[in-house]
Design a protein around this ligand. Structure first.
Ligand code: MLC
Ligand code: AMP
Length: 459
């Protein structure tokens, strides 16, 4: 997978920069071999690393690939409950990386199978992601799936060793880690990770290829100087959530670029994308990548419906959850994305128009399950009922709003309580106190009744 580390593109002193620290391929390989040597000695079923934006995280992930032991990148801000769940569920051993410690030895590879419910050859990463209910599940991604995806993206975006990739996304999700780190190490493009994805940092980085979530692009579009600084780039790419059409247009006006939008999921990797040389229109995510087939499961006569997929980039399964894995597929073996889409019958261009469940929230490009936050709120002794929704937000796409039935507690206390248990971005932005959560005859919360027609909370 890591073509650049085999010397295929030669070495360069400035191969990878993360948050202001720079390393050559040789230095990364040396630090990764030291990680791999430790893992090869003990062969844990998986290992975890606190995935800060750092060269240590890069070395850990590469070390795991060299040793054949899957890596579980932990969100650095995960509260004790979330962290404990991930470590218990994966059985991963938490390691610390010393980037100054280097080895030249070739590590031996483990062949420990990871029980994921479907074929699980060569598990490379286990990424934890929220469903609509319950605690996050471990998504097992194989080296074969990751490699297939990166090669398809390299073709779609004409991504090569001549590029300098710039982004500042978290290193514990597909976007920042798989595309943003492993993609650079496969294509041989220089990587500049800006630490945080601020408009100023993107403007100053002087790259050719830029990745961002829509919140990042919308903040850049609101900063004309930063947007203009990207005019010399080759390609800007947006993904992880829907890019608002006005942001597409503002960026075109300010930077001269029509941004490429692509669509993906942790479970499927990136499956549909605009092409570097193709026609790009706002509100569309392009066509399936090579090897991917898509279909729309629409009610009779309807043009929109659930997007379903097959292809070589799909996950091996949810770790230790064969039932959940089976439920993610149709009877005839297509993966159910839960996203509602439409396909233009003239050119096959896909549009994502929404999600089937209101219980899956996307805020700042982070995927957040309403159920996980409701459970955290219900753990508070003064909360008796909770319903969490995502409401439209101009900056974040959606923002988390919690409706609670509670006594003698403030909204801030509840937000802090959630942040003490879960990752910071899972905190509600707003807590609304209500006397009851509307429910149907079965007792199921009727969340839509808490919102007005435009999706905003009822006054
Ligand atoms: C946040 N803050 C709060 C709060 N929530 N304060 C009070 N109450 C709350 N509920 C604080 C933050 O800690 C921060 O403080 C400040 O408010 C601003 O927060 P923010 O608005 O969230 O902005 P920021 O921290 O800058 O984050 C925006 C962002 C981030 C875009 C940088 O959301 C991000 O990195 N998103 C990327 C997610 C991602 O990579 N997804 C990919 C999934 S993979 P302070 O003090 O810190 O400033 C995938 C597959 C695919 O989806 O298709 O790619
Ligand atoms: P995650 O597992 O965090 O990668 O989240 C996957 C979800 O992000 C998908 O199911 C979609 O709902 C959403 N998503 C990703 N890319 C796009 C996009 N370009 N447009 C709309 N939604 C997107």
């Amino acid at each position: 997978m890591l073509t650049a580390l085999t010397g295929a593109y030669g070495d360069r002193a400035d191969a990878v920069t993360v948050a202001g620290r720079t390393a050559s391929y040789e230095e990364i390989l040396g630090a990764a071999r030291a990680v791999a040597a430790d893992l090869s000695g003990t062969h844990p079923p998986a290992f975890a690393v606190t995935a800060t934006a750092s060269l240590e995280t890069v070395a850990a992930v590469v070390g795991g690939l060299l040793a054949g032991v899957p890596c579980v990148p932990l969100p650095p801000d995960a509260g004790p409950a979330e962290r404990g769940h991930i470590l218990r569920d994966s059985g991963a051993r938490l390691i610390e990386v010393d980037f100054a410690r280097r080895s030249t030895a070739t590590p031996t590879r483990a062949s420990a199978p990871t029980s994921a419910g479907r074929g699980s050859d060569d598990p490379a990463l286990i990424l934890y992601t929220s469903g609509t209910t319950g605690a996050p599940k471990g998504v097992v991604l194989s080296s074969a799936a990751i490699t297939a995806d990166l090669d398809a993206l390299a073709e779609a975006w004409q991504w090569s060793a001549a590029d300098t990739l710039v982004h500042g996304l978290p290193l514990f999700h597909v976007h920042g880690l798989v595309l943003g780190v492993l993609g650079a190490l496969r294509t041989g493009s220089r990587l500049v990770h800006t630490g945080r994805p601020t408009p100023e940092a993107y403007a100053a980085a002087g790259g050719s290829l830029y990745f961002g979530v829509p919140t990042v692009w919308s903040r850049i579009a609101a900063d004309p100087q930063a947007a203009a600084a990207l005019s010399g780039a080759r390609l800007l790419v947006s993904g992880s959530a829907a890019l608002p059409a006005p942001v597409f247009r503002d960026l075109e006006r300010l930077s001269g670029h029509r941004i490429v939008e692509r669509y993906g999921m942790t479970e499927t990797l990136i499956t549909v994308s605009g092409r570097a040389a193709g026609r790009l229109s706002p509100g569309t995510v392009g066509t399936p990548l090579p090897g991917i087939s898509t279909r729309i499961a629409a009610e009779d006569g309807a043009e929109i419906g659930e997007l379903q997929l097959t292809g070589p980039t799909l996950f091996s399964g949810y770790l230790g959850r064969p039932d959940a894995t089976a439920a993610a597929y149709t009877e005839d073996g297509w993966f159910r994305t839960g996203d509602i889409a439409a396909v233009d019958d003239r050119d096959g261009v896909h549009r994502i128009v929404g999600r089937a469940s209101t219980d899956m929230i996307k805020s700042g490009g982070y995927r957040i399950g309403a159920g996980e936050i409701e459970n955290a709120l219900l753990d508070h002794p003064r909360v008796s009922e909770a319903a969490v929704v995502g409401v439209p937000d101009p900056d974040l796409g959606q923002r988390i709003v919690a409706f609670v039935v509670a006594q003698q507690v403030t909204g801030t206390e509840l937000t802090d309580f959630v942040a003490a248990h879960l990752s910071v971005h899972k905190r509600p932005r707003e807590v609304r106190f209500v006397t009851a959560i509307p429910r149907n005859a079965m007792g199921k919360p009727q969340k839509r009744l808490l919102l007005s027609e435009d999706g905003k909370p009822r006054p």
